[in-house]
Design a protein around this ligand. Sequence first.
Ligand code: C2E
Ligand code: MG
Ligand code: MG
Length: 711
Amino acid sequence: MSAAASRKRPLVLVVDDDPTMRVLVAETLLPDGIEVVEAEGGPAAIAALRARTPDLVMLDVQMPGVDGFTVCEEIRALPGGADVPVVMMTGLEDVDSIRRAYEVGATDFVTKPLQWLILAHRVRYLLRASANLSELRRGRERLANAQRLARMGSWRVDLPSLAMHASEELLALNGLPPNTPVTMRNLMACVHPDDRAGLARAASECARGGPPLHSDHRVIHADGSERILHAEARLVLDSDGGAAAVEGTAQDVTERKRAEEQIRYLAYHDSLTGLGNRLLFKERLAMAVATARRNEWQAGVLFLDLDHFKRINDTLGHSVGDALLQGVADRLVASVRETDVVARDDIPSAVSRLGGDEFTILLEGIEDAQDLAKVARRILEALARPFHLSGHEVVISGSIGITAWPEDGDDAEVLLRNADTAMYHAKEEGRNNYQFYAQSMNAVALQRLILEGKLRRALERDEFEVHYQPKVVLATGAIAGLEALLRWRDPELGMVFPGDFIPIAEETGLIVPLSDWVARAVCRQLVAWRERGLRLVPIAVNLSAHQFRSGKLVDQLGAVLRETGVAPHLLEMEITESTLMQDEPRVVAALEALRAQGLRISIDDFGTGYSSLAYLRRLPVDTLKLDRSFVSNIAEDADDAALTAAIISMARALRLRVVAEGVETSAQRDLLRSFGCDEMQGYLVSRPVCAAEIEVLMLRGESGDQGDAES
Ligand code: C2E
Ligand code: MG
Ligand code: MG
């Protein structure tokens, strides 16, 4: 018997309407040191029970008024009454009573007339069993308490039945209400969707005899809060060595994890700006180099040092200096984020503060080292705007050194050191500029920069002009249309061709006003020709991908047409396959809107991209312009000729007009004609020429096919 039970005398409540019976029972039990309380009926029994919970109840079935079954049910419903052993006293052979007794929750029964010797034994046995049971219950409560305190739950899944048992705390840890059925499905539903598959995999490996499970996973509680659980599980074998069950524990480690994260954060970040520190930068750079090596792309480091920062600290004080560093950090993060060369989206930690007024920027996935110069320029521009710090307007600049992997160093250490060296060159070059570590890069970057500066002023200074190249009908030689091609006449550089400045215009966003200018110039030209009574043919204008991005293209072109009064069918838009692919839904929507307004659409440089004819058929397209690379070889290369012929016949079957680009020889022209090509454009007919020269060609009223361009 347990210690608790042996300390006090057990108490038995005897309920019987027969006083003789009660006395006999009491006398039988008293010699065993049992204390007996008597009740002559149901109400008295309930009252006695409420006053003091007995260790056992002897209950007569047949009593006047309330019978024993009802009393038993009432006992079971009392607080603490569920666990008290109840022994029913029934008539001999009364099988019905025995069955009812068990139904209402009796623990055992004895038959009347009672056999006194056996009764004493039976009561003693029941008392002992009950004491053991409550000890077990207390033990389980203590365990549950301990689990609650440790925020730990335990569980077991029997194999192969998959029946699951779990402690109450396990439900609480998973954010489930106490009476939720413990099933794998219910528990898995609590796991963060991103962690579910991994946990399930590890658990099933463990069940199949693989390594024991150790995992941290997130669970989401009903209120949406997220907790981190650490789970451990192992396979339990039966005596034959077969898998019997998987047993495991789960513990809430959220606070510990958060503390670890906090420590990690502090170790890797600069507390002033919240940026990564030198340690984090070095780690990320080493990772970036490994990734770049795998992907065969470049990675770059920009090393920025503020110019004359010390002066600000000395004159305006450290708090203004600190605020300036924070402001610089914000602008760096913003200018890196808006850079389209950066492919990753977790950019903020790519900007770090090494200490003092030194910052580093890591750029990954770079295709061209000039992209690094582009970011450097953007950063210098961002810094050039004045900072307003506690009533002071502070103007600052920076010097940037640039290194690129693999040219300027094979590992993180060297890249960083060389970037630092390059930064000193930038200081020597008069500050507020950037320098590549490799000197050859500086020349290219400088060119580019000069061009960019000039280009910005070219629009204001009216240095652009439009040249026109005719397209002629192959069958008749008549001019069917013109293509407008942009030219830039720089006072120092002379004539600059689109290949050299369109990419810069696109990068700087200048392409949008520039294209607007081209459309207006073309429309004005059409109006001028109309006024002079010349025959008008459609003019094609090239569109670049950037124009679709602004979302205003359709409205802008509509406005130009309205203002100049040019008929929409006189304007044709040329877009390349790659432009189409870059942002297909948006581009297609814009093309549809343009076509609805009456403009024509051509696919330029067809054959250089990956679009198929079948695909193009579904788009609002009138014309295919077959790329020069096909045309240039058809006279010499039978394969090219066959391919070109096939494209032309397929396009015509789809009712698309085909224009061959870059036709330079009469041999090419004759072949194209035999393939059934509709029109051609190229030096054979005319180079792109200024408007006045086109007029001459047009007035001549014929193709201007003056023989081979080579001759
Ligand atoms: P594109 O639209 O494919 O224009 C045809 C290019 O091929 C023109 O080069 C033209 O001069 C050249 N070409 C024409 N016939 C021949 C020939 O027989 N042989 C050879 N070798 N070349 C020939 P250009 O004028 O240098 O223009 C280059 C590209 O610049 C154009 O290719 C177009 O994509 C772009 N571009 C020109 N003007 C504009 C414009 O106003 N806006 C935009 N976004 N892009 C333009
Ligand atoms: Mg074109
Ligand atoms: Mg073309």
